[in-house]
Design a protein around this ligand. Sequence first.
Ligand code: NAD
Length: 436
Amino acid sequence: MSNSNASNAFKRSHDLPSYLNPEHLGPWGIYLQQVERVTPYLGSLSRWVETLKRPKRALIVDVPIELDNGTMAHFEGYRVQHNTSRGPGKGGVRFHQDVTLSEVMALSAWMSVKNAAVNLPFGGAKGGIRVDPKTLSRGELERLTRRYTSEIGILIGPTKDIPAPDVNTNEQIMAWMMDTYSMNEGATASGVVTGKPIALGGSLGRREATGRGVYTVGQEAAQHIGLDITQAKIAVQGFGNVGGIAAKLFAQAGATVVAVQDHGGTVYKASGLDVPALLQHVSQHGSVKGFAPAETLPDGQFWAVDCDILIPAALEQQITASNADQIKARMVIEGANGPTTPEADDILHERGILVVPDVIANAGGVTVSYFEWVQDFSSFFWSEDEINARLVRIMREAFAAIWQVSDEHRVSLRTATFIVACTRILQARELRGLYP
Ligand code: NAD
């Protein structure tokens, strides 16, 4: 089935009652639609496809902490293991005021797909706490992290499920998680989380890995569509770990970063933003807002910016049916997880805009997390050059295989990535069989 046939099977959202409207389904509904699209390509393995449509385990925890003013606060936390057929669960922890169980379920499922797409020996998992960490002091954040880690301690472990940073979590939070787990176990367990500080068994190159992966697949995809990176204009939404590093690497390669949007606002400069200066501004002021050498744009205008490559690297469901028609880029590289709704995906496809999907584009982070985990187990650490070289090789090989499947079946890169990944997951499932 060609992708346009598949996409025709999906009606536009305004034709559908709201409960069936893909734009209203949320991330888990979007993921389920992606699984529906891939099922016709799974052959005899499709008898196992139901496995992909439900998480293996989902834990909801109450996270009570004492605030600095002496009052108690309760936060809701989650850890979901979507699939562990190919190895331990692996996936980040997000602290955000909009985190929900259904969002964490979707993010855990995308981790299963991503880990299989780049052939890492991991299943998929994800965690989160519904909290705005910007409202907490450092002490409160530490108590929150430690209590959450203790609560999910029944699921995580170096051979069971290995958390990592995601939105609003960082190396320090990973250090507290590692310490809490180790204290409860009575032994230092550096392999329980990745994305740790180097001094605690973290890996060189981990901090930059996701952005480097975005840049690497961007380079590969650009070659396929005959786009010269040195002449390319780039717009980036989200200027944190992923967007900031990706923008820096594209700029270093000679591309022109014309627009950046973050939670504080949108800055634009047709002749190119000074990316190192903008990163410096963000580290001082917390946002791109007020970056004087650039124009400020109303946030809604970001999507219509004249550019060749658009990199959504903030949150999910950002490219929707209401802005996909405005996008001028020749390709979208999904740094964020789930930034494009299925309907927007169809619109971009119909308009001939190449979408490099999250499940391959942002796999660089978990790839170096895998390197970190391997290094922790062997207590033998690699050089940064070695890490970057291995990362680039894995990303290029994975991208080439996915491009070939996309060509063979005449499907989008997203469906091709799902074909490769879901086949691997379900092959493992079939070989292991059902217990009992
Ligand atoms: P981060 O916290 O470092 O940065 C998030 C960025 O998004 C910030 O610049 C923030 O200002 C911006 N943002 C937040 N809300 C926004 C809004 N409403 N509009 C515009 N911008 C907004 O997070 P990160 O680690 O860079 O993660 C970004 C995305 O990449 C997430 O979807 C995450 O799941 C995904 N991801 C991260 C990694 C990783 O290794 N960090 C790996 C794979 C995928």
